[in-house]
Design a protein around this ligand. Sequence first.
Ligand code: PBG
Length: 319
Amino acid sequence: MTEENPAFPPPSRLVIATRESRLALWQAQFVKDRLEALYPACRVELLGMTTRGDRILDRPLAKVGGKGLFVKELEAALLAGEADLAVHSMKDVPMVLDEAFALAATLAREEPADAFVSNRYASLDDLPPGAVVGTSSLRRQAQLIAQYPYLAVSPLRGNLDTRLRKLDEGQFDAIILAAAGLRRLGLGERIQSVLPVEVSLPAAGQGALGIECLAERADVRSWLAPLADPATTACVAAERAFARVLGGSCEVPIAAYAVLEGGELWLRGRVAEPDGSRIYGGEIRGSLAEAGRLGETLAQRLLDEGAAALVAALSGGAA
Ligand SMILES: NCc1[nH]cc(CCC(=O)O)c1CC(=O)O
């Protein structure tokens, strides 16, 4: 039996807006397969589109306007009625959505961690002084320099295939990528080691897929509800609340990672100076039902401990 909301008959056709990178298409196809299993009579189509985030590849994301870059075009397709839903990596979804849109479902998280990828070295600890590590993520950069000050961090952008090619061409001794993306594309064998979350605390939402639709589409929301994973939904809600209170701007390195432990939600968060010279970190535990409040409370605590000045200085510097 398929689950369905009695208020809406099962869908007969659904269009998924997606970016056209190999990872985005894999993720959209994954959701398509889930929907077709749930609604056997439904025809699910993919509508591929290129976003500004995919086109601008020569500058760090923080310099070109951040996360919204990967979702704006998909949201325009939802508004125009060209698509019913958009599939995102939750990590790429802005912390605050325009009120016309809603997150209809957060799917079960796979591996949340960052991965160490190299053709010569097995782990960060193997790298010699001066070794060049590729990443354009301020979050990865800050945490890396703080713990491995003798390494050189160098910018690396592009989709997963491009980043791996740049590593293979010898531009870097190692690169850091999300383990989930590599595994989804069958590139898990490129992972030399997974970075412990204590070393590289993941980004809010990393490793989880999210589905967005128009807030007014009660039908779509009810059709997607069965795809949601309650534990991931609560964990990602706490992570995103933490990042939102800290400004969520791409200029500020922010890490947030929550798990369920002993029936409780355990959230760890960090906010850092991009050069790693200062990192404010903390953790909080509480009930799933108050996930958002836990994130807000931890963020406020770090702001009070001094992170407020750091956030103000970094955000104020942006043109
Ligand atoms: N920043 C781009 C991005 N957005 C989501 C993932 C990986 C998949 C995920 O986190 O779900 C990646 C690649 C990466 O960070 O290496």
